[in-house]
Design a protein around this ligand. Structure first.
Ligand SMILES: CC(C)(COP(=O)(O)OP(=O)(O)OC[C@H]1O[C@@H](n2cnc3c(N)ncnc32)[C@H](O)[C@@H]1OP(=O)(O)O)[C@@H](O)C(=O)NCCC(=O)NCCS
Length: 140
C-alpha cells in the first residue's frame, strides 16, 4: 500500500534508492535526503510493502509569494498508476495560495501538468551537467 508523507522523518538513505534516472551525476541517497530536508515542502510516496520511498516531489519557496518545484519523480516500476498526479496534487495543497508556483518540464509532460491546472510558459535555465549534483563550489 502507498502512504503519502509530508516529511522525511525516520526515512533512511537505503530507503530512497533508484531515483534521478538518467542523470549523468545523480545525487547519492544521502544527498537526496539533504535535498528533501532543505526543501520548503516535500511529499513522499512510501510503499509499505517494499518499505521504500517510490516517489517524491519537492518545492523551494520564499514562503510568501513564490514557489518553484524542482523535482518530481516516481520510480519506473510504480509509474502510470496515479502516484505522480497524487504527489503534484498534494504539493499544490501544501503550497496553498502562493501567488506563483513554477516548474520546468519537457513538452511531453505539458498535458500532465495542464490536467492539474497549470499553464505552459517559457523558461530560461542553466544546467551544469559537468558538476556533481548536490555540491557547491565551496564544498568541492
Ligand atoms: C512524470 C512522472 C513523475 C509521472 O509519474 P506517474 O506516477 O507515472 O504519473 P501518473 O500515473 O499520475 O500519470 C498521470 C497521467 O500523466 C500522463 N503522463 C505520465 N507520465 C507521462 C510521461 N512520461 N509522458 C507523457 N505523459 C505522461 C499520462 O496521461 C498519465 O495518465 P495515464 O497513465 O492514464 O496515461 C514520472 O513519469 C517520472 O518520474 N518521470 C521521470 C522524471 C520526470 O520526468 N519528472 C518530471 C520533472 S518536470
Amino acid at each position: 500500500m502507498i502512504r503519502y508523507l509530508n516529511a522525511t522523518d525516520g526515512v533512511r538513505p537505503d530507503q530512497i534508492v533508484g531515483f534521478f534516472e538518467g542523470w549523468p551525476s545523480p545525487p547519492t541517497p544521502e544527498t537526496h535526503l539533504t535535498i528533501m530536508r532543505g526543501s520548503y515542502r516535500v511529499v513522499l510516496a512510501f510503499d509499505e510493502d517494499s518499505d521504500a520511498v517510490v516517489g517524491f516531489i519537492t518545492a523551494v519557496s520564499d514562503g510568501a509569494l513564490a514557489a518553484y518545484i524542482p523535482l518530481l519523480e516516481v520510480l519506473p516500476a510504480y509509474r502510470r498508476r496515479g502516484i505522480g498526479r497524487e504527489l503534484v496534487t498534494r504539493m499544490q495543497r501544501e503550497l496553498g495560495d502562493l501567488y506563483m508556483v513554477d516548474l520546468v518540464c519537457d513538452e511531453a509532460l505539458e498535458p500532465f501538468y495542464a490536467s492539474l491546472g497549470m499553464k505552459p510558459a517559457h523558461a530560461m535555465t542553466v544546467r551544469r551537467f559537468d558538476r556533481q549534483s548536490g555540491t557547491t563550489p565551496e564544498s568541492d
